[in-house]
Design a protein around this ligand. Sequence first.
Ligand code: SAM
Length: 273
Amino acid sequence: METVLAKPVADLDYEIFQKHVKEKTGIDLSAYKRPQMERRLRSLAEREGARSLREYVALLERRPELVDSLRSRITINVSELFRNPDRFLDLQNRILPQLAAQHAQLQIWSAGCSYGAEAYSVAMILEEMGLAHRARILATDIDEEMLARGKAGIFSLADVRNVSSERLRRCFVSTNNGYQVADRVRSQVEFRHHDLLKDNFGRGFNLVICRNVVIYFTEETKRELYNKFWKSLTPQGVLFIGSTEYITQPYKLGYESIGLFFYRRIPQVTEEN
Ligand SMILES: C[S@@+](CC[C@H](N)C(=O)[O-])C[C@H]1O[C@@H](n2cnc3c(N)ncnc32)[C@H](O)[C@@H]1O
């Protein structure tokens, strides 16, 4: 049996560090892929002047204001409106019409929404399709700062690079520091704090969008999350994942692939299976 003493110092260092991170931020690092995360955190520690993770923990004790930069280093909030535009076209032309034909009301969940780019992209599409009044979009994330940005709906020039000039004109108001989503579109999205690793998952969603989030998690956590999303979806509900992601053997989790990065909950499979 492996004893604590038999572990390499670096492993022990990281395990102790994980405990501190959980205490300080509530984030459970053990579910995130270690090599990538450790690299990111060691480089942050170094930038703050610490020579090891232990020193970094001591620094965080002395200077609690550094916890915010630690949290944003972990959460990786990169996003943009209509990220991978061809996938949003497919969503608009194929997936949403199918869902709208099946359901009077559409319940949509953007999980790991960062500052809301994904949720607002869907809101704009729904408006164009004349479906806004039949849809509710929930956008959740673990990072309060990003949720506040999402609620404000302000986007930089870089964020809007995939937004057509027609959409920019119709759905945004130009501001000093970029573009703000029009109130009408903002009111379609509800932002809420939710930790995918510890909070309960809602039910009855026709579309769950979780893109570029599970890539940071271990294989085991990833599969657990896909299983929980399955339970959150209505029969034939659709899971939309990121363009560098795939689900291996989706049928084992009760999904069928219905095109690049879209998976449908197989209707015949019930929760007991
Ligand atoms: C790279 S962004 C993806 C944003 C958006 N989905 C997209 O593809 O453009 C990853 C997001 O996942 C969030 N995240 C990380 N761990 C999370 C967790 N345990 N629960 C909920 N959100 C989490 C981060 O805060 C971050 O905003």
